[in-house]
Design a protein around this ligand. Structure first.
Ligand code: FE
Length: 238
């Protein structure tokens, strides 16, 4: 049994049963060659070209930011019916908010909710699968082998290194993402935020909170969600 199999919570997909894409180790050059060949063939057939593909990726990335995920969480915090839908069918929920998760491949999204007793954290044990449209481009530490292996093996310790200290009584669930199924964490709503509207609540939700390596926190001043809170921790220790 792989570490991912062993530590995945009941019902959580694991790399063994869902990961269908290639391990990137020592495969980047080969993948680049395949992509170049594919693009050349598409150009030869007059289907598309490298410039069009580049523009498509740029358009997608321009709208991909953690504020999208933060808005999703803020709505879930303020609208119980929406939260129910988000937990049951996250793709339908993001569609209701007018967000588009689709890009070059269909992706199924699953939202997992933190509670007083359960803390969720996401990883892709094989590479870097991640809901870019909702979280923005993934941080380098998320793609690092250290994070991918350690968060499965010793999640409590890794979370502590991120400054995410959990009581021993809190169960940690590690969700292994795949090319077809991505996760987003609904963090716990910070205390003393009852008077905040959705916009200000969204400012409490960082990218790292959406991954599960940080808590949502009310900023001292209203502002955009932090996107870099844990870079230093991960860069040094992952
Ligand atoms: Fe992956």
């Amino acid at each position: 049994m792989s570490p991912a199999d062993r530590d995945a919570p009941n019902g959580a997909p694991t790399q063994a049963d869902e990961h269908t894409h290639d391990e990137p180790a020592n495969a980047s050059a080969a993948a680049a060659r395949r992509v170049s060949g594919l693009v050349a063939e598409l150009e030869r057939r007059g289907i598309t070209n490298e410039a069009e593909i580049g523009a498509l990726i740029e358009r997608f990335l321009a709208g991909a930011r953690p504020h999208n995920g933060a808005l999703l969480v803020a709505r879930a915090w303020t609208d119980p019916d929406f939260k129910t839908l988000l937990l049951r069918d996250a793709n339908a929920a993001i569609e209701r908010l007018g967000m588009d998760l689709s890009h070059w491949a269909p992706v199924r999204l699953r939202a997992v909710e933190n509670t007083a007793h359960i803390h969720n954290v996401i990883v892709c044990t094989l590479c870097s699968c991640y809901p870019i449209a909702l979280l923005g481009p993934s941080p380098s530490w998320y793609k690092s082998e250290a994070y991918r292996s350690r968060v499965v093996r010793e999640p409590r310790r890794v979370l502590r290194e991120f400054g995410c200290e959990l009581d021993d009584s809190v169960e940690i669930r590690v969700w292994d993402s795949t090319a077809e199924l991505r996760y987003i964490v609904i963090p716990r709503r910070p205390p003393n935020t009852a008077d905040r509207d959705e916009t200000r609540l969204a400012a409490c939700v960082s990218r790292d909170a959406l991954i599960g390596v940080a808590f949502a926190a009310a900023p001292s001043r209203p502002g955009p969600a932090s996107e870099t809170a844990s870079e230093r921790v991960a860069g040094d220790q992952m």
